[in-house]
Design a protein around this ligand. Structure first.
Ligand code: SF4
Ligand code: SF4
Length: 321
C-alpha cells in the first residue's frame, strides 16, 4: 500500500515528500536565498534579517508630499515581537515605525499561528538536514510524544522573561543578537559579500553569524543524542515560536484540522511523526478538536502520513471545541 511504503521510508530516516513538506522547504529556501542576495538586489526584494526586515523596499524617483509627511520610499516594515520587546527594554522607547512593523508581524501570525517556525525559519531546514546527516532519528521515538507538563510549558516563558531582563540590563537586544534564526538569515549575505569583495563585508562578521548558527545546531544534536530531547532549541531556548505558539495557536484560523474521526484507525502514526512531540491522536484526534497545541508549527507531517485523511491543514474560522 502506498501509505505504508511512505511510512516505511520515513522510519528509515527519509521523510516522505508530501506536498506540505515540499511547499514549506521551497518557502524556507526562497526566503533564505532572498536575504542572502540582498547585497546584489539592492535590498529591493528583501532587506535586513528575519529579526527586522523590509520585504519589497522601493526607493521612489521623486518625493510624494502627504499630509504631515514626505514619502520617498515604500516598503513593508516587519519586526519580530521578541526583537521589539528586547529593544523596548534596552532603549526604553519605541518609534512609530517599530510599532507599525511589529503590528504587521503580529497581524500576520494571528492568522497563521506558529507557521513561522515550520515554514519561514531557516533553522528548521538546517536542523532537518543535520538530523539526516548525523543519522539521528528524524521522528520522535514512540515514547517521546506526550502532553506537555506545566514545567515544560514554563521553560520557554521563563526564557523569554530572562531575555527581556537581560536586554534591559545589558542595553542591547540579547536574544536577537544570539538568535540563530536572525543570524542564519544574515549569514548568506555576509559570506557572499566577502566572496564578492563588497566594501564593508568582513570575514569576522560572517564567522560570528555562523558561530551562533552552529552553536544552536550543537545544542540540538547533543540534546537529542545524549538526552533524547527532540528540537531542544526550538522547544526550550527560542522564545520566538513560543510566543506565537502560546498566543496565536489558540485562535489563528490556519490550523491542523480534525475532520472525520470515525475514519481514524488508531494507528498513531500522526503522533509518531510529529517533530515537536505532540500526541496528535490522543490529545486531538480522539477528542475531535483541531490542534491548538503551542508546539505545533503547522508543518503538515501528521497530515501527510495519515492513511485515512482524518487530518488536514487549512483554514477554519470556527473552533471545533
Ligand atoms: S501536530 Fe502535525 S503539523 Fe503540528 S507540529 Fe506536529 S506534525 Fe507538524
Ligand atoms: S488520525 Fe490518521 S494517522 Fe492519526 S491515528 Fe488516526 S488514522 Fe492514524
Amino acid at each position: 500500500m502506498k501509505a505504508v511504503g511512505k511510512v516505511k521510508k520515513w522510519l528509515r530516516g527519509r521523510p516522505p515528500r508530501g506536498k506540505w513538506t515540499l511547499l514549506r522547504r521551497s518557502l524556507q529556501l526562497f526566503i533564505l536565498i532572498m536575504f542572502s542576495i540582498q547585497l546584489f538586489t539592492g535590498g529591493v526584494l528583501f532587506n535586513g534579517s528575519l529579526a527586522s526586515s523590509r520585504p519589497i523596499d522601493i526607493v521612489l524617483n521623486q518625493t510624494i508630499a502627504l499630509p504631515g509627511m514626505e514619502v520617498n520610499e515604500i516598503y513593508i516594515p516587519m519586526l519580530d515581537p521578541i526583537a521589539f520587546l528586547e529593544m523596548l527594554a534596552a532603549t526604553h522607547y519605541a518609534t512609530i515605525e517599530s510599532l507599525t512593523a511589529v503590528l504587521v508581524v503580529v497581524a500576520l501570525y494571528s492568522v497563521l499561528g506558529r507557521f513561522f517556525c515550520g515554514w519561514v525559519c531557516p533553522m528548521d531546514l538546517l536542523f532537518s538536514i543535520f538530523e539526516k546527516k548525523l543519522n539521528l532519528p528524524n521522528q520522535p521515538r514512540h515514547s517521546t510524544f506526550h502532553t506537555p507538563t506545566k514545567a515544560e510549558k514554563a521553560v520557554p516563558i521563563i526564557a523569554l522573561i530572562a531575555y527581556v531582563l537581560l536586554s534591559w540590563a545589558l542595553g542591547y537586544p540579547f536574544y536577537t543578537t544570539i538568535s540563530p534564526t536572525s543570524n542564519a538569515s544574515k549569514l548568506g549575505s555576509a559570506v557572499l559579500g566577502v566572496i564578492a569583495n563588497v566594501p564593508g563585508a568582513a570575514a569576522g562578521t560572517a564567522l560570528a553569524y555562523g558561530a551562533f548558527v552552529v552553536f544552536a545546531l550543537i545544542v540540538n544534536v547533543v540534546a537529542e543524542k545524549v538526552f533524547g530531547i527532540k528540537r531542544a532549541w526550538c522547544r526550550f531556548v527560542c522564545p520566538i515560536g513560543a510566543l506565537y505558539g502560546f498566543v496565536m495557536n489558540k485562535y489563528d484560523p490556519f490550523k491542523i484540522k480534525i475532520n472525520d474521526v470515525s475514519r481514524c484507525t488508531k494507528c498513531r502514526l500522526c503522533s509518531m511523526v510529529c517533530p515537536m512531540g505532540i500526541d496528535v491522536m490522543g490529545d486531538y484526534v480522539l477528542k475531535n478538536k483541531d490542534v491548538t497545541d503551542y508546539r505545533c508549527f503547522r508543518c503538515g507531517r501528521c497530515v501527510e502520513v495519515c492513511p485515512t485523511n482524518v487530518i488536514s491543514l487549512g483554514f477554519r474560522l470556527k473552533r471545533t471545541k
